[in-house]
Design a protein around this ligand. Sequence first.
Ligand SMILES: *Cc1c(COP(=O)(O)O)cnc(C)c1O
Length: 381
Amino acid sequence: MTLAIPFNRPCFTGKEMHYIGEAVYRHGHISGDGYFTKQCHRLLEESLGVKKALLTTSCTHALEMAAILLDIQPGDEVICPDFTFVSTINAFVLRGALPVFIDVRADTLNLNEHALEAAITPRTKAILIVHYGGVGAEMDTIMAIANRHRIPVIEDNAHGLWAKYKGQYLGTFGAMATQSFHETKNFQCGEGGALLINDPQYVERAEIIREKGTNRSRFFRGQVDKYTWVDIGSSYLPSDVLAAFLYAQLEERGSIQAKRQRIWDTYYAQLSEWADAHDVQIPTVPGYCEQAYHVFYMVLPNLPTRQNLIAHLKSQGILSVFHYLPLHLSDMGQGYGGKAGDCPVTERLGECLVRLPFYNDLSDDDQARVIAGIQSFEGWV
Ligand SMILES: *Cc1c(COP(=O)(O)O)cnc(C)c1O
């Protein structure tokens, strides 16, 4: 019997359990901000050249911290690509923001920078950017517009750790950026994330917000002689057990990315001709983007064909999935006035995009089965 090929599977690099043991027995500290959290902070700061990295319990929570740091108030407008995960905007809506959804480009599926300026009003308080699949959005144009209007940019970089746009790391353009270490991302610890801070004015308050609104971080550094409640905040720091797991993955970033590149390149090489022949879109990566190899997607000609392909692969034990449903047409999005036709590219992607199995340990044989499964598809509509 051939085994099913999942869409995603968590992968070990080898040292995860060893580091967790060290956190417990050698360092004797498994709550937040222990030895491995500090190691992760240093690795992220030094490798990316960011001012401050703070591990969080998720990317969602890092986005919530960003919304608090920008002092988002009820009625403020926040611009966001329509084609993204709910958390990108929900973290801001949680503070009362009104979402303003912009459609994405049909080639990279990133925010359409040509539609950005027209969406800005005197109430715009933030511009959220997603680097879909770890392929950089058009940051030259986006940053020029944002700077001209003095509006902070937050990069939801859940897909793009260590990818580059024109030689610069994603996550280092905006005032802040957020990372995810969820089980489905390139580097994982189950549930986890990070806030990267590029604009130094946010650093001190970020530490406070992350520590329940207290100045405990300053206390531990000996900068104040007692710690107390000084601001709003929550508990956004992960256990050092998770940081130990994560550190084993971050340390192996070179080998993880090499495996993912190989999988991505194989899909691309073996499906290009087939895609051309059937009018199927596969990813576009501009020459000036060094991507993160986070997803391999295909855009089928229509919804029934996409559904037939997913069913065809499933009948062979291969799990493929679709995402994202257009935010402006969700229950929440419609509550903010979203209507069919507002973001046609995203509406088409919601119906026609499929993601292929992609995880670090996907074997050559299993990947060959996925590719053969696609090439044997006949259910065109
Ligand atoms: C996965 C993901 C998130 C959420 O990450 P969590 O760590 O699960 O909160 C946010 N934004 C994007 C673009 C994502 O892909």
